[in-house]
Ligand binder design. Sequence first.
Ligand SMILES: Nc1ncnc2c1ncn2[C@@H]1O[C@H](COP(=O)(O)OP(=O)(O)OP(=O)(O)O)[C@@H](O)[C@H]1O
Ligand SMILES: [Mg+2]
Length: 326
Amino acid sequence: RGAAIAKQLLQFSRAEASKLVPVSLSQTVLEAKKFLEHSFPKTVLIDIIINVQHGLVLADGGQIHQMILNMCINARDAILARTDRPPGGRIVISLQPASGRLVEEKYGWNAAAHYVQLTIADDGIGIPEEFRLRIFDPFFTTKGIGKGTGLGLSIVHGIVTAHNGVIDVESRENIGSTFHVFLPAIEHQVIKDSSDQVEHARGRGETILLVEDEILLRDLLTEFLVRAGYSVIDAGDGEEGIAMFKAHANSIDLVLSDIGLPKLGGEQVFAAIRKIDPKAKVVFCTGFIEEAKRELLLEAGAMNIVQKPYKVPEVLSAVREALDRA
Ligand SMILES: Nc1ncnc2c1ncn2[C@@H]1O[C@H](COP(=O)(O)OP(=O)(O)OP(=O)(O)O)[C@@H](O)[C@H]1O
Ligand SMILES: [Mg+2]
């Protein structure tokens, strides 16, 4: 334990004197995911939703990496601490642009015109209200002796502060926790991220049926779609997806569906929807998919298959392109 504390403190003290260079948050997040997936149990899944092109910030790359790791390790611990279900759960990391005005409104303080917002959400045990203000304190831990030093989040806090950022947490017991980090963005980058790229792919009030079983992902995707100008009807599994399509077939312009769904998989959802409306437009979002399966779905008339990690601009482009196709 002594050695662990010493190591953490060493990293902590470095938070001040660091060399700042442009760091791509999207690249750092993708690298962190790769790194963590090797050490986390297979039942702890990490999903990424990227809604910036690079998410460039002036930063110490090593510290940003450590900040993400510390928060993800906490998320893993919170997931594995749940005793009300088989061990396992999900972490969703997302990146999006945020304005200085939003930060000002939320925190009454603001250091830049543009920020990149990094969100790390888990479906773990959550944080009891009475601990909410103390979790960033050095040595505050609820983990057993020899398990936690209680320095992880104070290091994260130090790193965020050293980068002129803010950090915030929302949490509900037995539902999960969501940490938001706002870091000042390298200006022209974010303006480009949020306008050029997404502007051509905006919605014009069309209605999307979103079929995704993971609540965290579904909520975030809904938010991005609504913000891009779409109306969203959502469903949490294959059966519900089909029921929703039946109920709203006339108003749904496109179905955006995961493939690995509980109850009925994406292929079955696709077949059922096409039976109701042979011209229904369906775009899939999925993790790994075998080439043969992919070709089969496209031959059957699926409009597109977007591979995870979710890159919001890619999803929006695929949606727009499918809607515009005859
Ligand atoms: N995602 C989370 N979900 C639930 N509780 C959390 C989460 N992140 C932090 N906490 C709470 O905040 C406390 C402090 O976290 P912190 O990372 O500073 O220390 P630690 O994880 O206990 O120890 P260490 O990081 O040194 O291993 C944790 O003990 C836990 O009670
Ligand atoms: Mg920790």
